[in-house]
Design a protein around this ligand. Structure first.
Ligand code: FCB
Length: 447
């Protein structure tokens, strides 16, 4: 069984964050409001009434945070650019103070020897665009491409690789179908035009980036789906869920077509959102790398209440669970990577794990569960690499504790503890463990 030290030479070690979860400074230097600012004001929307107004104050403390990254020996840092900081209304005027912030961030990262890997959209849509329909409005895809051009023109001389979208599945389902994330709409399957428009935005932005000689990735939240029992009904339900969670967001980009959505009761043209030529716009630019965000597998059973959803999600009781209640099944990461290779074959570009990590309850437990989580997942990754999957890097979620969306500050995912009252950063045992792992991997390959 290969272990984490068997990962290839040049394998990129990283950590990930996202703008709204760490930056704070939401009203500073001309930043416009985002859907998350609005959503956090809605009573009961976020646990304990928390918001990202201050978050980790990274906007002011990025220098200290980069020092901590340097201490880890990171090769790469994945962060997101806040669209409302750069184009406050979502379309039109550019905010020079916004682009200047990312300029400083990128320069400081390069100075520290860390490759910046920016994501253009990690869920903080400018409120102005939401007021015009958000991702349900096709026009948002074109505004996204305009914004991509602004950022790429500013940073593309120093940043060769980009991620367009983060987890369009989660944004569509939590944000538009169920309403547990911003913008808080509860449209169930009628939310799916928001998925198509995000993918269209990805394709248009990919062309903008490629035209400038830059590399493009898309980060999808992918989950291996397993039927609860071998019964045909459970297998059918599992296939429907796999279509919704995984294939809907990956097939159009890698294969140029949507999977068959009939099991979900969704029309082929996704309620009229898919226009002739759209799949070419999404597929033709190609993808230089697939970003995989992996947290857990999903067990699926046939629905107990027919007519609502074509599946039920059930727990995996035999697995340990994180503080969030997510099952910990590292070997499912091996399965997921082999499955991607089998399903997409030569259409699968090199993979980068752009998120993987766990929240740990504090202060009652030490940090060992996080170390065990990372070690076991890196072993599972090495196994997939040994079996021939081309995986180029691993970005742990997250560098530091942050605003965990609807959970507020109640889920601690960081290698670095943050005291949100004082903004004091304290590296955890997992920080030292990851630092030593990176150093040992490099030393081994230097021999
Ligand atoms: C992912 C999100 C990321 C973070 C982790 C825990 O779905 O992309 O922002 O919240 O989950």
């Amino acid at each position: 069984m290969p272990d984490r030290f068997d990962l290839p030479v040049g394998f990129r070690w990283g950590a990930a964050t996202a703008a709204y979860q760490i930056e704070g400074a939401v009203e500073e230097d001309g930043r416009g409001p985002s859907v998350w600012d609005t959503f956090c004001e809605r009573p009961g929307a976020v646990r304990d009434g928390h918001s990202g107004t201050v978050a980790c104050d990274h906007y002011h403390r990025y220098g200290e945070d980069i020092e901590l990254m340097k201490g880890l020996g990171l090769d790469g840092y994945r962060f997101s650019v806040a669209w409302p900081r750069v184009v406050p209304a979502g379309a039109g005027a550019v905010n020079p103070a916004g682009t200047a912030f990312y300029d400083r961030l990128v320069d400081a990262l390069l100075e520290a020897g860390i490759a910046p890997l920016p994501t253009l959209f990690h869920w903080d849509l400018p409120q102005g665009l939401e007021d015009a329909g958000g991702w349900l409005n096709r026009d948002t895809a074109y505004r996204f491409a305009d914004y991509a051009a602004v950022v790429a023109d500013r940073l593309g001389d120093r940043v060769p690789a980009w991620i367009t979208l983060n987890e369009p599945f989660v944004h569509t389902v939590f944000g538009y179908a169920l309403g547990t994330h911003a913008p808080g709409r509860t449209m169930m399957f009628e939310a799916l035009p928001a998925a198509h428009h995000q993918l269209l935005g990805h394709g248009l932005a990919a062309t903008v980036l490629h035209d400038r000689g830059l590399e493009v990735m898309l980060s999808n939240n992918l989950t291996p789906v397993e039927p609860a029992t071998p019964s045909p009904a459970d297998a059918e339900a599992a296939a429907a869920y796999d279509t919704l969670h995984n294939r809907l967001f990956t097939d159009p980009v890698l294969l140029g077509r949507y999977p068959d959505l009939s099991a979900l009761g969704v029309p082929e043209d996704i309620y009229g959102a898919v226009r002739p030529g759209d799949l070419d716009l999404i597929h033709a630019p190609g993808l230089d790398g697939l970003g995989v965000n992996y947290y857990n597998p999903t067990r699926v059973a046939a629905p107990t209440t027919p007519g609502l959803l074509p599946f039920d999600l059930v727990d995996i009781p035999d697995a340990p669970h994180t503080a969030f209640g997510w099952p910990v099944v590292p070997e499912a990461l091996t399965r997921l990577l082999l499955h991607l290779r089998d399903v997409y074959g030569p259409a699968l570009p090199p993979v980068t794990i752009t998120e993987n990590g766990c929240s740990v309850t504090e202060p009652t437990t030490p940090d060992q569960p996080r170390i065990d989580f990372m070690a076991s997942h890196l072993d599972a990754l090495a196994q997939a690499v040994a079996e021939g999957v081309d995986v180029r890097g691993y970005y742990t979620w997250s560098l530091l504790d942050n605003f965990e969306w609807a959970q507020g500050f109640n889920q601690r995912f960081g290698l670095i503890h943050v005291d949100f009252a004082t903004q004091r950063r304290t590296p955890r045992a997992s920080y030292a463990w990851y630092r030593d792992l990176i150093a040992a991997h490099k030393a081994r390959h230097a021999k």
